[in-house]
Design a protein around this ligand. Structure first.
Ligand SMILES: *[C@@H]1O[C@H](CO)[C@@H](O)[C@H](O)[C@H]1NC(C)=O
Ligand SMILES: *[C@@H]1O[C@H](CO)[C@@H](O)[C@H](O)[C@H]1NC(C)=O
Ligand SMILES: *[C@@H]1O[C@H](CO)[C@@H](O)[C@H](O)[C@H]1NC(C)=O
Ligand SMILES: *[C@@H]1O[C@H](CO)[C@@H](O)[C@H](O)[C@H]1NC(C)=O
Ligand SMILES: *[C@@H]1O[C@H](CO)[C@@H](O)[C@H](O)[C@H]1NC(C)=O
Ligand SMILES: *[C@@H]1O[C@H](CO)[C@@H](O)[C@H](O)[C@H]1NC(C)=O
Length: 419
């Protein structure tokens, strides 16, 4: 039963993304029939236009620069910079504060640009005079290069979020820190972007180069996201574990994953048309065109090992490094028979943190957030801001049409308080 629970996260994430992708295909064909007249094009669909700047930023009147960052383990990541606001707004600010924005699992940086410039976080921050940086995790569409490995090889996908903590985020933060004249960085993470930050902070990683951190839909503990659907999907996934294990790249749009999910829907009679909300929670305020764009540009690949690592967190309720599931295998990697823990109580008490979480978030459950907050009991009172939004679910924090009013205005003023 414990093992069953462990598969919930992977299974859940899977369900939502895979089936959502399916629905998109259905919608796409109906759109051909009904035309595109209501479709707002904030993003350029031209498939020969490459890079996040070209698809999502420049077409809306913002400057944007593409960079590449190579991690110590050889991954070549694409990251983007929006140096100033629209039509040069804020270009006269002499010392611009850098902000680094990190997306969650199975999506990429495109996810921040699905709404119009008045509604999406990077552009709002650029218009407020910040120097905005967007990172894209290894394995996503613009970050699939490596110094020696091909993304079709198994070795390329041999990583979990441990490597994002030890190799990837430090390389990105170093790069942004240098590029912005060694100024401390304000960090924004959503979902997995919060877990990587929290785990890093607990090890003293990144903290010297960050000025503050905003954590949207924080995930660290995942034990309470238990839905009937999750249990059913988990049960089915257990039988498939071996097959999935061999699939080093976890491509939510790929045939093996899609077939597996179709099977679950057929067997259980679960209404797979509403999976996006059964998984992320009942999002209050998504624009349908943003949702369409999401289905076109996301979901993105991750590694199977990364999803297993997340699933282990669901099972144990304790945050540890990847568990190789056998004492000897753990010993080989860690010189101890159980994986080392990330003790979140070690996060420096004086690090300015702003957390925003939602009452309807099925992934970042309120009980789990409260468990996380137990570690902040001794945090300096004036360094911790908490915001709870009753009717928000997981995707609202990045895509809700009113996220600016409810969340981003607070984020901006939080950053400005750190000046
Ligand atoms: C797509 O972009 C390419 C390169 O910029 C351009 O040559 C081509 O005309 C574009 N196609 C469409 C349909 O806009
Ligand atoms: C920059 O220009 C805007 C409008 O042109 C002005 O409101 C603002 O005060 C200026 N900021 C600085 C730092 O000069
Ligand atoms: C995967 O990485 C681990 C270390 O993180 C290493 O021990 C193992 O041999 C690697 N496996 C493959 C197939 O490359
Ligand atoms: C940042 O600058 C330091 C000092 O000049 C240098 O050692 C380091 O390699 C640079 N890092 C990056 C990622 O550019
Ligand atoms: C985590 O750290 C806190 C404070 O340093 C300590 O009291 C607690 O025992 C540690 N937890 C574990 C599981 O090691
Ligand atoms: C968010 O902003 C509102 C309106 O300015 C304010 O009342 C509230 O205290 C802020 N919340 C946080 C956590 O900063």
């Amino acid at each position: 039963m414990a093992l069953l629970g462990s598969m919930n996260f992977a299974a859940l994430t899977l369900c939502v993304l895979v089936l959502a992708a399916h629905n998109y295909q259905a919608q796409a064909s109906s759109r051909v029939i009904f035309g595109k007249k209501n479709f707002k094009s904030f993003v350029n669909y031209n498939s020969s236009v490459n890079g996040l700047c070209a698809t999502s930023v420049i077409i809306r009147g913002y400057k944007c620069q593409e960079f590449e960052v190579t991690t110590p383990d050889g991954y070549i990541l694409s990251i983007q910079r929006i140096p100033e606001g629209r039509y040069g707004v804020g270009s006269n600010v002499t010392k611009k504060e850098p902000v680094l924005i990190q997306h969650g699992v199975l999506v990429d940086g495109t996810t921040w640009f699905l709404n119009n410039p008045e509604q999406n976080l990077p552009m709002i921050l650029a218009d407020e005079g910040f120097d905005v940086w967007i990172s894209n995790t290894r394995g996503t569409q613009y970050s699939r290069k490596h110094t020696t490995l091909d993304s079709s090889s198994q070795e390329y996908w041999n990583w979990s979020w441990d490597e994002l903590v030890t190799d990837e985020m430090p390389a990105i933060v170093d790069f942004v820190y240098n590029q912005s004249g060694q100024q401390k960085i304000n960090y924004v993470g959503h979902s997995l972007g919060t877990l990587v930050a929290l785990a890093s902070f607990s090890k003293g990683i990144l903290v010297d180069q960050l000025k503050s951190a905003v954590l949207l839909s924080p995930i660290a503990y995942l034990s309470h996201m238990t839905t009937e659907l999750g249990v059913v999907a988990a049960k089915s996934m257990l039988g498939e574990t071996l097959t999935l294990m061999h699939m080093a790249e976890f491509d939510p749009k790929g045939v093996p994953v899609v077939d597996f999910m179709k099977g679950i829907c057929a067997q259980t009679g679960i209404d797979c048309n509403h999976l996006f909300s059964s998984i992320t929670g009942e999002n209050c305020c998504l624009d349908t065109s943003a949702f369409d764009l999401f289905m076109n540009f996301e979901p993105q690949s991750s590694s199977t090992k990364n999803l297993f690592h997340l699933a282990q967190t669901v099972r144990s309720g304790v945050l540890t490094k990847f568990d190789y599931e056998r004492p000897d295998a753990n010993f080989k990697h860690y010189r101890q028979v159980t994986p080392p823990i990330y003790n979140l109580s070690n996060i420096p008490n004086n690090l300015p943190i702003f957390m925003s979480y939602g009452g309807r978030d099925a992934l970042s459950d309120v009980i789990d957030v409260n468990n996380l907050l137990e570690h902040f009991k001794y945090h300096d009172e004036d360094k911790l801001s908490l915001q709870f939004i009753d009717n928000y679910a997981h995707a609202d924090f990045i895509m809700a049409v009113n996220a600016n009013d409810l969340v981003y205005k607070n984020v901006t003023s939080f950053f400005k308080r750190q000046f």
